[in-house]
Ligand binder design. Structure first.
Ligand SMILES: C[S@@+](CC[C@H](N)C(=O)[O-])C[C@H]1O[C@@H](n2cnc3c(N)ncnc32)[C@H](O)[C@@H]1O
Length: 400
């Protein structure tokens, strides 16, 4: 025993001697290690989520938590503008287009769902203060939007997309659940569309795949992110589809959109900044839970509310608005929609109806896990076998 102690001391002394011989630049920077924050933002995020989501999601939270802390799964949005046989190549790798897979099921699911909803309305009373008789409407999914995923439980990663002979990339990697708010928007031929918080442009690319939009207005308050959006568009869309007559790109504060125009667009997507739950748990850089961003984080629900109200005002009467986030937070999701519906009516005389997205969740129930029985809107929750989301979405229709 004594011999071991002596040996260890000798070894330590040698290490010390060795350190003094090392050039200064190669030494371990102990000072940095000592000042590393005890509670990095990722840990603060996890503490916050544990406290709130265990209450909000109950028994569901432990499995959602494991999925959130594991590697996310991507989908590849097929770029119809590319000149290569992108879809066939991806299918040959074992992927499937989760959207076309469900087209045939659409109508039967819708009928089935109407029956379920009718049963529910007889038995259970809704707790939300918004008039929550969510209107059903059969969704017509654009056949041009294609997004492929590897099968359930298969965590193969996609290779980066390569440019075709015209320099256009064949597919865009994104959370496959992010396609759902765009499908929910239900863009039809000749529509004018506003994407109020558009950068870096994932949802914009989905909307452009429909090739049905007459005029698309893209906005994001951040100038640098707007530049990124332009780069994305140039990498995926031929120049003739990006002309001034078809597209406008701005960097305004979306909350003040009514100062620019109102009662204008057939469709508005309001994909707001949020606590980006996955990113907050995984990356300390640029993390909304860092101490320096506490005020910004606390202000998020108010900003989200103002953005949604601006989107509602920008839509024309009869127009439809989809609100979406990538957080599980009830305060950033349902509460924002409830308040927006109330304030639109009280302060602006705009009456809205909540459009049920239950047909959509039925259609995609084999690909995504949805929170059961959400009172307002729908939410994809992460699951180890299908690690997409979180994505929350709620659709509103302007009646006046
Ligand atoms: C969740 S991201 C949008 C992602 C985008 N829709 C996509 O699919 O790639 C939220 C965006 O809102 C923007 N944003 C934040 N505050 C805003 C404001 N007041 N007006 C407009 N955009 C804002 C952020 O710069 C950020 O790019």
């Amino acid at each position: 025993m004594m011999a071991i102690l002596v040996d260890t001391r000798l070894l330590l002394r040698r290490v010390k001697d060795f350190r003094s011989l090392m050039p200064r630049r190669n030494r371990v920077k102990e000072k940095w290690a000592a000042t590393r924050p005890k509670n990095p933002p990722t840990r603060l995020a996890l503490q916050h989520f544990d406290a709130t989501y265990s209450v909000q999601l109950g028994n569901l939270w432990p499995s959602v938590r494991v999925a959130l802390l594991s590697e996310r799964k991507y989908g590849a949005l097929v770029n119809n503008f590319s000149y290569e046989a992108v879809l066939a190549n991806l299918q040959a790798q074992g992927c499937r287009d989760f959207i076309s897979d469900t087209h045939t099921e659409t109508q039967s699911c819708f009928e089935q769902d109407k029956a379920v909803e009718a049963d529910k309305e007889l038995g259970v009373s809704m707790k939300t203060s918004v008039n929550n008789s969510q209107q059903h409407s059969a969704l017509q999914l654009s056949p041009s939007i294609k997004c492929v995923v590897f099968p359930r439980g298969d965590i193969t990663r996609f290779k980066p997309a390569r440019p075709d002979m015209h320099g256009l990339l064949g597919y865009y990697l994104m959370d496959a659940a992010s396609v759902l708010p765009c499908l929910a928007l239900d863009v039809q031929e000749g529509h004018s569309v506003l994407d109020l918080c558009a950068a870096p442009g994932g949802k914009t690319l989905v909307l452009l795949q429909t090739q049905a939009i007459r005029f698309l207005c893209l906005n994001d308050v951040s100038v640098s992110r707007t530049l990124r959006l332009k780069r994305v568009l140039n990498s995926y869309v031929p120049k003739q589809f990006l002309s001034d007559e078809m597209l406008r790109i701005t960097s305004f504060d979306g909350t003040k959109w009514a100062e620019v125009e109102s009662n204008t667009f057939d469709r508005v997507i309001v994909d707001v900044p949020c606590t980006t739950d996955r990113h907050s748990l995984m990356e300390d850089d640029n993390n909304i839970f860092s101490k320096s961003r506490t005020a910004e984080r606390r202000r998020l629900p108010q900003l989200q509310l103002e953005l949604l109200l601006a989107g509602i005002k920008a839509a024309c009467p009869g127009g439809e608005i989809v609100y979406s986030t990538c957080t599980l937070s009830q305060i950033q999701n349902l509460s924002v929609v409830e308040q927006a519906v109330y304030l639109a009516r009280e302060n602006h005389g705009i009456h809205l109806e909540v459009v049920s997205l239950r047909p959509l969740t039925h259609m995609f129930r084999k690909t995504f896990h949805f929170t059961p029985d959400l009172q307002l809107g729908e939410m994809v929750v992460p699951h180890l076998a299908a690690n997409f989301g979180p994505i929350y979405m709620c659709k509103l229709k302007r009646l006046t």
